[in-house]
Design a protein around this ligand. Structure first.
Ligand SMILES: [Cu+2]
Length: 224
């Protein structure tokens, strides 16, 4: 604020009342502009802060979306998230022909289930195919049980898979690759998702998070 100007006001009043009123109006106008400026800055700050909070939410589990799917499991049964109500769901997206990321992660999920001991009853691991062209229930039956009998493979029509990936906010794409089986491979999100007993998203673990870390995290959440 311009203190120099405030000191000027009484002086100008004695000299010329009209000028003082003019200057007061000028001051009010400037003050209003300043207020508008502050309000605009505050607004921008709030927007940025909102974005920042949303980013944080992505890592601390405040992001709100629910697992919502209708898919066929590797035994041929139709499944929705309702079938697993009351249990935690560890969900991984991938495809049976995956050369490394999927087998590595599924081995890790199997290790997590083993280490959980009794708590494993409260957790359902799911492997959802993002390669519906090749991953029929029969193809998944050949792949998923290799890791652990507890992991359930899920697949569906291309449309069902696209819908699931939309609600669960994962990414996948078909990539032409001459040396791969059938001439293509799939790019896909590689994190492990955790959904709570009411199917709400809880957290995700990046590819390569050690099994012990996941087990400790899960135990803490299950015990709450
Ligand atoms: Cu994969």
């Amino acid at each position: 604020m311009n203190l120099q100007w405030l000191e000027d006001v009484p002086g100008s009043l004695t000299k010329n009342g009209g000028q003082a009123i003019y200057m007061t109006l000028t001051f009010i106008r400037k003050a209003l502009w300043a207020l508008a400026g502050v309000a605009a800055l505050a607004f921008v700050w709030l927007l940025l802060w909102g974005d920042y909070r949303a980013d944080l939410a992505r890592t601390d589990g405040e992001l709100t979306f629910r697992a919502d799917f209708e898919l066929t499991d590797h035994k041929g049964m139709l499944r929705t998230q309702e079938d697993f109500a009351g249990r935690w769901m560890i969900v991984f997206f991938g495809f049976a022909n995956c050369p490394d990321v999927c087998p590595t992660t599924l081995s890790e999920v199997a290790a997590v289930m083993d280490d959980l001991g009794e708590d494993a009853e409260q957790v359902q691991p799911l492997f959802i195919s993002i390669d519906p062209e090749r991953d029929t229930p029969a193809a998944l039956a050949d792949f998923v049980p290799r890791f652990d009998a507890g992991i359930l493979g899920l697949t569906g029509t291309p449309d069902q898979i696209a819908k699931t990936s939309n609600t669960l906010k994962i990414f996948y794409e078909k990539v032409e690759e001459a040396s791969a089986p059938d001439g293509y491979t799939m790019g896909h999100s590689s994190q492990l998702f955790l959904f709570g007993p009411e199917a709400g998203f809880v957290t995700s673990w990046a590819y390569g998070t050690p099994a012990e870390e996941i087990v400790a995290d899960l135990r803490e959440r299950i015990a709450r």
